[in-house]
Write a protein that binds this ligand. Structure first.
Ligand code: NAP
Length: 254
């Protein structure tokens, strides 16, 4: 069933660390040709690509700031050129860019959060369409968040709303593109132990989070991987589109 991954042409944004790195390594191990995108973590991205090559897969790295439309378009076209087409786009790059209270909100923070988490997904997806159309089919998996449904913690309103946008866009694009054999789904991680929380969450926040998770612990990046493999595998999810797969230890049961 997973044979179809051999030679599948995949671009994963934000693949240098955390969830994107874990997904990249697994897809590479399954035989995919992986474009490992990064922004600032070049050596980590190179390590991901080299792990994939060591496991017998094929991978290379590409740099772009995905909050800039021009860089996103170049990223997609470069990846498709080097992969000789594109079968799967995983829009995973994103960040909260700080917990900012409503009292301290300003235009700059608004633009930075929306550009990174929303503009990137919209522009990358649109830029991928001509490449999908050339193949006669395509697949997009967006990384949204549990925050899209629960509103996020204090100071995370913009980020949570941006992820709400991503979830809604996922459903809209799924409808608009279904007739062209392009599926669009998303994965919504809960609280996953990555650098994201090293930057944004206190010990007290994470302890409180654990207490609200029925499984009693944070998730790992590796535990998110299965959802991406499921959504990326035609044989497993060929009739699934417009869905959000929640990976959260039971913290939210929508
Ligand atoms: P992470 O370890 O901090 O990784 C974030 C990734 O995004 C990195 O690869 C980073 O690239 C990339 N990135 C950040 N800013 C970028 C920019 N301007 N242009 C291009 N790439 C950029 O975080 P993670 O936890 O794996 O997060 C991955 C995704 O899951 C994000 O969309 C995040 O919002 C979402 N998410 C995470 C959690 C969680 O609990 N961890 C929960 C729900 C959703 P460089 O390092 O190369 O700059």
């Amino acid at each position: 069933m997973l044979e179809e991954w051999k030679g599948k042409r995949v671009l994963i944004t934000g693949a240098s660390r955390g969830i994107g790195a874990a997904v990249s390594k697994q897809l590479g191990a399954l035989g995919a040709h992986v474009a490992v995108h990064y922004h600032s973590s070049e050596s980590s991205a190179e390590a991901v690509a080299s792990t994939i090559r060591d496991s017998g897969g094929d991978a290379f790295t590409l740099r772009a700031d995905v909050s800039q439309s021009s860089e996103v378009r170049r990223l997609i076209d470069d990846a498709a050129e080097r992969l000789q087409g594109l079968d799967l786009l995983i829009n995973n790059a994103g960040d909260m860019l700080g917990r900012v209270s409503l009292d301290n909100m300003d235009d700059d923070q608004y633009s930075r959060v929306l550009d990174l988490n929303v503009r990137s997904v919209m522009m990358a997806s649109c830029a991928a369409l001509p490449h999908f159309r050339r193949s006669g089919q395509g697949n997009i998996i967006n990384t949204t968040s549990i925050a899209a449904r629960n509103g996020g913690g204090a100071g995370a309103g913009l980020y949570a709303s941006a992820k709400g946008f991503v979830s809604t866009l996922t459903r809209n694009m799924a409808k608009e593109l279904a007739g062209e054999r392009i599926r669009v789904n998303a994965v919504a991680p809960g609280v996953i132990a990555t650098d994201f929380h090293e930057r944004h969450s206190s010990e007290a926040f994470l302890t409180a989070a654990c207490a609200s998770i029925p499984m009693g612990r944070l998730g790992t990046a590796e535990e998110c991987v299965g959802a991406y493999v499921f959504l990326g595998t035609e044989a497993l999810s060929g009739y699934v589109t417009g869905q959000i797969v929640e990976v959260n230890g039971g913290q939210l049961m929508p």
